[in-house]
Design a protein around this ligand. Structure first.
Ligand SMILES: Cc1cc2nc3c(=O)[nH]c(=O)nc-3n(C[C@H](O)[C@H](O)[C@H](O)COP(=O)(O)OP(=O)(O)OC[C@H]3O[C@@H](n4cnc5c(N)ncnc54)[C@H](O)[C@@H]3O)c2cc1C
Ligand code: FES
Length: 509
């Protein structure tokens, strides 16, 4: 099992993660799904419904990745905006984006109803309101593009919120739910339909072929197909990781009186936007939790989370009648260069291997789209979204090329950290208990963490994916790689791929 040294989300405080025993030895299946987040579990559920023998493997718990850290806004409204998506993917592409995300919002509700999964699912309206940098023309431009794509959208003079929001855009038929309750329901259905779920299995290798396989230390699953739903693919070393970039995002939770803010999804239109919704507090008849996220930055580039939480709280207090902030957590999203996830056949050409990644802030719907699309591909059925989400696609537009260049120049810059120019601190003596820092020792970069008892834990600071230098993340107490988003616990264990292996131990550890 991975280290659980991280902040705790509203879902984890209101519903524990379900646990399943690890796999030992060899198992056979029609389909092996690696990753028990929303993408993997939806795929496994849909394939098990179709009579496929499914085995799910995860090195953490069900929903123990980003699906347990999400704020779970279910939206066909797009955080990259339809008028931008139209430029990158054309009018037909924008229509498919709308259709697939709306289908995903609806499908979650349909599954919850059909299976009797009590996950607080409901349709709500979603609203954009202007950030300080945009004028009302922005709303008109987005309204027209969203309508061309097929959305039911209108301009409203004011949002139904307790502050003066100014005008906004209202999207109908968006949704909200409790992701961990939903995942637990899917797990129950997968097992009912003959599927097996194993947690505590860290997959080190995926192999394609007429019999594909996923294996790790002491276990292997041989299957007709392997679906890599590890959020960031662990089977692909390079291709996909040059086309997406990892960002950290922060969330606070504070109690508000029930009724003070109507249930809905709320976003402002700033580049690193704020996102807001409500979540129920079990057993509380007077209050619910207002959940507010934002303050994103590129993974491994900043370690100033207190400042970010303070700014989030100040932003929220200026707008909503919150009481004390009781929850603070963060998570990671992967931003694809052309704003659309990569879902489908392995871009590296591994036969019978499928991937789902590039979730962006729309990862709940992207994960559900992944479930629908990959199960169609595995079953040999046509799917109208296949080309749009194809991980091998080449989308050449001014906007996507700009994103591609900026992010890959940034990765190249990270390699200059390998030069022996010093670390974050001069010596380990400067590292306070409960914190970490990168040290320069001779030619080596050392990731040094001092635990609460004063004991120093040292590993190589070189990421086992493609060799960038990891950075300390004080909130999650993890080592985060600024290049492609791998994350490691203080003992070096992998928390997030694409790195398959832990940080290298140093002598004496
Ligand atoms: C703070 C935050 C807010 C968000 N808000 C929204 C929102 O409002 N709406 C929205 O649509 N999306 C949102 N997202 C994005 C969304 O939550 C994610 O995109 C989605 O949960 C990703 O699901 P997943 O199944 O791809 O990945 P995960 O949930 O991360 O699942 C991947 C699983 O793979 C496992 N794994 C990884 N490597 C291995 C390995 N080598 N061996 C075995 N198992 C492995 C992990 O343990 C994990 O359980 C948000 C994300 C964050 C962090
Ligand atoms: S994640 Fe690619 S080098 Fe670290």
């Amino acid at each position: 099992m991975k280290s659980s040294e991280r902040s705790v989300s509203v879902w984890e405080t209101t519903h524990p993660q379900a646990e399943f025993p690890p796999l030992r030895g060899v198992a056979e299946a029609d389909v092996c799904v690696v990753g028990a987040g929303l993408a993997g579990m939806t795929t496994a559920y849909l394939l098990a419904r179709e009579g496929k023998k499914v085995v799910v493997l995860d090195d953490n718990g069900v929903g123990g990745g980003e699906s347990g850290q999400t704020t779970a806004h279910l939206a066909s409204a797009q955080d990259d905006f339809y008028h931008v998506l139209e430029k990158v993917h054309g009018e037909e592409g924008a229509k498919l984006i709308y259709q697939s995300h709306q289908a995903a919002v609806d499908r979650i509700g349909e599954i919850a109803t059909a299976e009797g999964i009590e996950c607080d699912y409901q349709h709500v309206d979603g609203y954009y309101f202007l950030g300080p940098d945009e004028t009302p023309d922005f709303l008109q431009t987005e309204l027209e593009a969203a309508r061309r794509a097929g959305g039911t959208v209108e301009i409203v003079e004011k949002l139904p919120v307790p502050f003066d929001s100014g005008p906004g855009l209202r999207f109908s038929r968006q949704g909200e739910f409790h992701p961990l309750k939903y995942l637990e329901g899917l797990a129950r259905c997968i097992q009912r339909d003959g599927g097996r779920i194993h947690t505590g299995n860290h997959v080190l290798e995926v192999e394609g072929g007429s019999t594909a396989a996923a294996r790790g230390d002491g276990f292997e699953v041989r299957a007709g197909a392997v679906v890599v739903a590890t959020n960031s693919p662990i089977n692909d070393r390079l291709t996909i990781h040059t086309k997406q970039a990892p960002y950290r995002t922060y969330v606070i939770g504070a109690r508000v009186p029930i009724g003070a803010v109507p249930h809905g999804l709320y976003w402002d239109t700033q580049e690193h936007y704020h996102y807001v919704r409500l979540a129920r507090i079990p057993g509380d008849l007077t209050h619910e939790m207002l959940v507010v996220g934002g303050e994103d930055h590129k993974t491994g580039h900043e370690n100033d989370m207190q400042v970010r939480f303070d700014r989030l709280e100040a932003w929220t207090r200026a707008r909503f009648p919150i009481e004390q902030v009781t929850l603070r957590w963060s998570g990671q999203v992967l931003e694809p260069m052309d704003f659309v996830a990569f879902i489908g056949r392995d871009p590296g050409g591994q036969e019978n291997v499928y991937i789902a990644t590039g979730d962006s802030g729309q990862g709940m719907t992207h994960s559900t789209i992944a479930g629908i699309l990959i199960s169609d591909l595995v079953l040999g059925r046509p799917n109208p979204w296949e080309k749009l989400y194809d991980p091998k696609r080449k989308t050449i537009s001014k906007d996507s090329m700009k994103e591609f260049t900026v992010e890959n120049v940034d990765v190249a810059v990270q390699y200059t950290d390998l030069l022996p120019l010093g670390g974050d601190v001069k010596s380990a003596e400067e590292i306070a208990p409960g914190t970490g820092a990168v040290l320069q020792r001779g030619l080596h970069k050392v990731a040094a963490y001092r635990d609460e008892n004063g004991k120093l834990h040292e590993q190589s600071a070189i990421c086992t994916h493609l060799g960038c230098v990891v950075q300390w993340n004080g909130l999650e107490r993890s080592w985060d790689c600024p290049c492609h988003g791998s994350r490691f616990a203080t003992d070096g264990a992998v928390l997030n791929g694409p790195a398959p292996y832990p940080l290298k131990k140093l002598e004496g550890e």
